[in-house]
Ligand binder design. Structure first.
Ligand code: DHE
Length: 558
C-alpha cells in the first residue's frame, strides 16, 4: 500500500518545485538540513502515513495533533513574529516526544516503533512534507472490482444463521474484517478489505424510504481509501461482493437512507465521493478544499465523520479543518444541494440523539461538542467539554435529574462529560453539562444500550499499562463508577471499544495489541451486561479494534 504514485517536493533552498517519483532518492530540504537515505525516507513516509498523518495531516499543518511543519511562523498581536516548528525542536527532543508521548494526548511509540524508526521519523518530520497526488473520477472507476454480480445476489440468507446478531469486526493490521456470529460466537470468515479499516456502516432503517432488510449490506472504508461492500446473506466465502478505491487516505463511509447511494470521505485527496450502492460505480466527486470559519484557505480540508440523516434525504459530512458540517442532499445528484453549516474546527467523530434529528459531533482540538439540527439544516448548539472530546459511537440514555442525556470521554483527560439532549421535552437542560465523571484515564470510546443500566468507557489513551488495560462502568442511575474491569494483563495489549449484542445482554470489548502484528493475537472479551462478569472470549482475531453489531447499528440503537 502506498499514498500515491508521484510526489511534489519543495526544495526551499532553490525555491523550485519538482516532481519526485516514489522510487527516486529523496533530497534534503536545504543544505545541511536533516537528511535521510532514500530507503529511510520512503520507510518513514509510509510509517508517517500509517501512524501520524491522521492526527497531524499529510501536509503536517496539524489538527487533532500539533503542526509538524519544519518552520511555523506566527504573527503576534504586537506585530512581531515567533518562529517555531520541528527544526527548532530539533532531533533529540523530537525523538523523546515520539518515544514517550506527551500529556496532551500524543501516543507513546516506544513499544510500537524501533529505535531506528523513531530516529528516522524525527528526521523525516524536519524535512519538507511531500505532497501526494490527486485522484480523478476516471482513476477511481478503474479500481472497481465486482466479485458477485447483482443478478447473483441471493433472495434469502444462505446460511440459516441469525444474521441480525452478527458482529462485523475490524482486524486492523491485516486489512480484514471478521464476521462473528453473535449467538454462537463462531468466527465465520475474515474478509479482505482496505488497510486498517476505520469505519463500517450498514444499510439502515430510515424514515424517508422503505429499506428492505436494513443491515444486510455493509460498506467498509480502509485507511487507504479502499471501500468494500459485504453481503451478509451470502455464504461466508462469498460475502465480499465488490470494491473500489476512492482516495489514498480515508476514514468514513455512509449509505443513503433510500439505500441507493454510498458516500466515502477522503483525508487525501480532501473530497467526498458518491457511488452507486449496488455496483460501487463512483458517480460524483466533490472537493472539500475551501475557506475555513476563520476565513483562511485550507488545502487539506479533510472529511472526518459522515452520517446518513435518518429523517431526511441527506448526509452530514464533517469537514474537519474548515469547521463546517456540510449537509449534502442526495435527492438530485446533478443539482447537488449542500448546506454548509459553520460550527467549530477539528470536527471528528459523532452520533445522533435517539430521535435522529440532532447530530452530536466532537470538534476535538477545539475542546467542544457541536450539535447540528439535521431537520432545519442549522447549527443547534456548541457545548464546551474537557480536552479533546472523542465519543466514538457515543451514548444516549435517560438521567434521573436531567432527563435525556448523551456523553463523551476525552483523549486528553480522564473525564466523561454528560449533557442534556432533549430541547423539546427538557429545554432548560438541553445542550448544557449535566455532570462530569472522573475516570482513571483518558479514553477513546463510550457505549450503552437501552436495555442496560450501565455506560462503558475505555481508557486506551492513558500512558500506564494497568489503566490502558482496564475499562470503567458507570451507573446510569447514580452517575458513579460502579466497577473497574482489568480486561487483560498481557504486555503491549490495551482494552478498546465496546459493542452490545442485539438485545443488550452482552458487552464485547477488544483486547488489542497496538504493535503492528500479522499474528492472530487479539481477542474479544465478552461480559454479562447485568452482572458485569466475564462470560467468554472470542480468540484468534487479528488486531481487533471496532465492532459493529448488525441490528444495533442499522436500527440506530445506542
Ligand atoms: Fe478512529 C472512528 C479518525 C485513530 C479506531 N476515527 C473514527 C472516525 C474518524 C476517525 C473520522 C469516524 C467517526 C464517526 O463515524 O463518527 N481515528 C481517526 C483519526 O484521524 C485518528 C485520530 C488517527 C488516524 O491515523 O486514523 C484515529 N481510530 C484511531 C485509532 O488509533 C483507533 C483506536 C484504532 C485504529 O484504527 O488505528 C481508531 N476510529 C476507530 C474506530 C472507530 C473510529 C473503532 C469507529 C467507532 C464506532 O464505534 O463507530
Amino acid at each position: 500500500m502506498s499514498l500515491g504514485i508521484t510526489y511534489r517536493k519543495t526544495r526551499r533552498a532553490l525555491g523550485v518545485g519538482f516532481a519526485l517519483s516514489l522510487g527516486l532518492t529523496a533530497l534534503p530540504a536545504v543544505a545541511q538540513s536533516p537528511t535521510l537515505s532514500e530507503e529511510a525516507f520512503e520507510a518513514s513516509k509510509q510509517l508517517y502515513f500509517e501512524r501520524c498523518a491522521g492526527c497531524h495531516g499529510v501536509l503536517r499543518k496539524g489538527a487533532t495533533g500539533k503542526s509538524l511543519e519544519p518552520v511555523v511562523k506566527k504573527k503576534n498581536a504586537d506585530g512581531t513574529v515567533t518562529e517555531t516548528g520541528t527544526l527548532k525542536l530539533g532531533q533529540e527532543r523530537l525523538e523523546k516526544i515520539i518515544a514517550w508521548g506527551t500529556e496532551g494526548g500524543m501516543n507513546n511509540f516506544s513499544d510500537i516503533l524501533t529505535e531506528q524508526e523513531i530516529k528516522d521519523m524525527a528526521t523525516y518530520i524536519q524535512m519538507d512534507p511531500p505532497k501526494p497526488p490527486e485522484m480523478s473520477l476516471a482513476q477511481m472507476k478503474e479500481t472497481r472490482k465486482v466479485y458477485v454480480e447483482e443478478a447473483d445476489y441471493p433472495t434469502e440468507p444462505l446460511h440459516g444463521r441469525n444474521w441480525q446478531n452478527f458482529f462485523v469486526v475490524i482486524e486492523r493490521d491485516v486489512g480484514k474484517v471478521a464476521i462473528i456470529d453473535g449467538d454462537t460466537k463462531e468466527v465465520l470468515t475474515h474478509i479482505p478489505t482496505g488497510y486498517a479499516v476505520h469505519v463500517i456502516k450498514g444499510s439502515e432503517k430510515s424514515d424517508i424510504a422503505e429499506v428492505e432488510n436494513p443491515g444486510r449490506f455493509w460498506y467498509t472504508m480502509g485507511r487507504d481509501g479502499k471501500m468494500t461492500k459485504i453481503d451478509l446473506w451470502q455464504t461466508p466465502d462469498k460475502m465480499l461482493v465488490s470494491e473500489v478505491k476512492i482516495a489514498y487516505d480515508a476514514r468514513d463511509v455512509a449509505v443513503s437512507g433510500d439505500g441507493k447511494y454510498v458516500i466515502g470521505g477522503g483525508y487525501w485527496p480532501p473530497h467526498f465521493v458518491i457511488a452507486d450502492a449496488v455496483t460501487l460505480e463512483p458517480l460524483k466527486v466533490v472537493s472539500t478544499r475551501g475557506v475555513s470559519i476563520d476565513g483562511e484557505y485550507v488545502e487539506e480540508a479533510r472529511v472526518a465523520a459522515i452520517y446518513n440523516t435518518p429523517n431526511d434525504p441527506t448526509w452530514l459530512v464533517a469537514v474537519k479543518e474548515l469547521g463546517q458540517m456540510w449537509q449534502v442532499d442526495y435527492s438530485d445528484l446533478d443539482n447537488l444541494r449542500i448546506d454548509k453549516i459553520d460550527s467549530s474546527k477539528f470536527l471528528h467523530d459523532g452520533f445522533f440523539d435517539p430521535t435522529g434529528r440532532y447530530f452530536q459531533i466532537a470538534a476535538n482540538a477545539s475542546n467542544q461538542m457541536v450539535v447540528v439540527d439535521a431537520k432545519e439544516r442549522k447549527l443547534e448548539a456548541i457545548i464546551d467539554t474537557g480536552t479533546l472530546p472523542h465519543p466514538g459511537p457515543g451514548a444516549n440514555w435517560v438521567d434521573p435529574t436531567c432527563g435525556p442525556v448523551a456523553a463523551t470521554p476525552h483523549l486528553g483527560e480522564g473525564t466523561v462529560t454528560v449533557w442534556g439532549n432533549d430541547p423539546e421535552g427538557r429545554p432548560d437542560e438541553a445542550w448544557k453539562t449535566c455532570y462530569k465523571v472522573e475516570t482513571d484515564g483518558a479514553g477513546l470510546f463510550i457505549r450503552t444500550h437501552p436495555n442496560s443500566d450501565y455506560v462503558w468507557v475505555d481508557q486506551t489513551k492513558h500512558p500506564e499499562a494497568d489503566v490502558q488495560q482496564s475499562v470503567q462502568v458507570i451507573s446510569k442511575e447514580t452517575g458513579e463508577i460502579v466497577k473497574t474491569i482489568r480486561v487483560t494483563e498481557e504486555e503491549g495489549n490495551v482494552a478498546v471499544h465496546f459493542e452490545f449484542n442485539k438485545d443488550g445482554t452482552e458487552v464485547w470489548v477488544s483486547k488489542w495489541n497496538r504493535a503492528t502484528s500479522k499474528e492472530p493475537n487479539g481477542e474479544i472479551v465478552i461480559y454479562d451486561a447485568k452482572t458485569l462478569e466475564e462470560i467468554g472470549r472470542v480468540k484468534g482475531l487479528y488486531a481487533p479494534t471496532g465492532k459493529f453489531n448488525v441490528y444495533n447499528r442499522s436500527n440506530h440503537v445506542s
